[in-house]
Design a protein around this ligand. Structure first.
Ligand code: ATP
Ligand code: MG
Length: 416
């Protein structure tokens, strides 16, 4: 995510008031891929065209290890920064205007870009990708630096300048920009395959989902709810969270699984301490059925080691045994404060802390077992018709779809 507030506070005096028809997108981790780079770049291009739907994108061109995005018309910079700032795979980007690769054109262009800007210190930073350009990067920095200084009266500061004028010289074109904006990094969504993410209304699972999308996974979301035993507040929260997360993968499916009756039957047959572990095993079994149907390769949860009783090492091992696919836990080694910080950063925290009636609150014993053993859990499950309980959840799901940017004439969500 682009830390927008911080960005605007620091650079409020620096705006993109000159016409903006292009953006240069740079990738980092993708650039480290050797033979497979084209595969990742093609995914990134496809995701970029979806993320920028409705903004007049004309073409995306490969430009010397970067992507050049050309627009049909002037684009609103804030909107463009917002959308590009969420596309996984982007290391950083700049809003740029193309110019001819010669010094008079560059000089005129730099001055035009600086019109209306106020700043006390600056530096010019040139990358000369086209080594045939007659001046070196240092020569260009010096010439343009002297020009900017003469026009603005600002001083040169190479270490902590208020404004950085970036110049990139590519074959046949040059680009000027006033700021490099950090992208969210990672890999383009879709390059790592599909995952089923178990999303509650809590703080952790949306962060876990974000981290798996950042590693290139496309997520299918599953939420367990206890309606009609409890109200629908946890479902509403899960929907808002999936809606927020869809801004990174453009379309999502959320499976809403009724879990209250399953919990009721577990309560009737299983002694208190083992119930939480058995609820979790049932969740993983049902999520596995959905994952296999969706051709997903793994499940993901927001578990963090020892955060709560169900997440001790012995319990995690016993819970995992019920899954039919690998269970990924991107938060396993994270401290709660780190998770909260990231939830704030990605914009899910505020929703997660709204009060709700989550299925975890229903029929939960005061003192759950922290060291469940597989033998005891299996014995306890003998009193249950596990297959029937799985069907009770998996056969009665509701599926809701989410889109970003919203398709025309829709509200971004649709019940399948
Ligand atoms: P969270 O903040 O994500 O709810 P938590 O710390 O409250 O996590 P638990 O309630 O033990 O932890 O849940 C552990 C994980 O199990 C969650 O991160 C989530 O992946 C999954 N999970 C828990 N409850 C649900 C639910 N109602 N629907 C879907 N997944 C759930
Ligand atoms: Mg929870």
């Amino acid at each position: 995510m682009v830390p927008q507030a911080a960005f605007h506070a620091k650079f409020s005096r620096i705006c993109y008031c000159f016409a903006m028809h292009s953006a240069l997108v740079r990738y980092h981790e993708i650039a480290l891929k050797r033979g497979n780079r084209a595969y990742f770049v093609e995914h990134l291009k496809k995701n970029l065209s979806t993320a920028l739907r409705g903004m007049g994108l004309k073409e995306i061109r490969n430009a010397s290890g970067r992507l050049l995005l050309n627009f049909n018309h002037d684009v609103p910079p804030d909107e463009l920064i917002d959308r590009l700032g969420r596309v996984f795979g982007i290391a950083n980007f700049s809003l740029v205007e193309r110019t001819d690769a010669d010094m008079p054109a560059l000089a005129a262009h730099v001055l035009e870009a600086l019109e209306g800007q106020s700043f006390d210190s600056f530096r010019v930073e040139t990358r000369r990708v086209d080594k045939r350009f007659p001046l070196t990067s240092n020569d260009i920095n010096r010439e343009l630096g002297a020009l900017v200084q003469a026009h603005s009266g600002a001083r040169v500061d190479l270490n902590r300048p208020e404004l950085t004028v970036s110049v990139e010289i590519l074959p046949s074109s040059a680009f000027v920009s006033l700021r490099r904006i950090r992208g969210p990094g990672g890999l383009p969504v879709g390059t790592s395959g599909r995952l089923v993410s178990l999303i509650s209304g809590g703080i952790d699972s949306p962060v876990a989902s974000y981290r798996m999308m950042q590693r290139g996974c496309r997520l299918i979301f599953v939420h367990f709810h206890s309606s009609p035993f409890l109200d629908r507040s946890s479902q509403e929260k899960a929907k808002v969270l999936v809606d927020l997360l869809t801004r990174h993968q453009y379309n999502s499916r959320l499976y809403l699984v009724p879990f209250g009756e399953i919990q009721r039957r577990i309560v009737a047959a299983v002694l208190r301490p083992l119930r939480v572990v058995i609820y979790r095993r049932m969740m993983l079994r049902i999520a596995s059925v959905i994952a296999l149907k969706e051709r997903a390769r793994a499940l993901a949860t927001g578990e963090s080691l020892a955060q709560v009783a169900s997440q001790t090492l012995p319990n995690i091992a016993v819970i995992e045994e019920a899954a039919r696919l690998p269970v990924l836990r991107p938060l396993i080694g994270m401290d709660k404060q780190e998770i909260i910080d990231q939830a704030m950063d990605i914009g899910t925290f505020e929703t997660s802390v709204q009060p709700d009636q989550d299925c975890c609150q229903l029929f939960v014993p005061k003192h759950p077992a922290v060291k469940a053993t597989l033998r005891r859990v299996r014995e306890a499950e003998e009193a249950l018709d596990v297959e029937e309980l799985v069907a009770l959840g998996a056969d009665h799901v509701e599926v809701e779809r989410f889109y970003y940017p919203e398709p025309k004439e829709s509200h971004g969500r649709e019940v399948a």
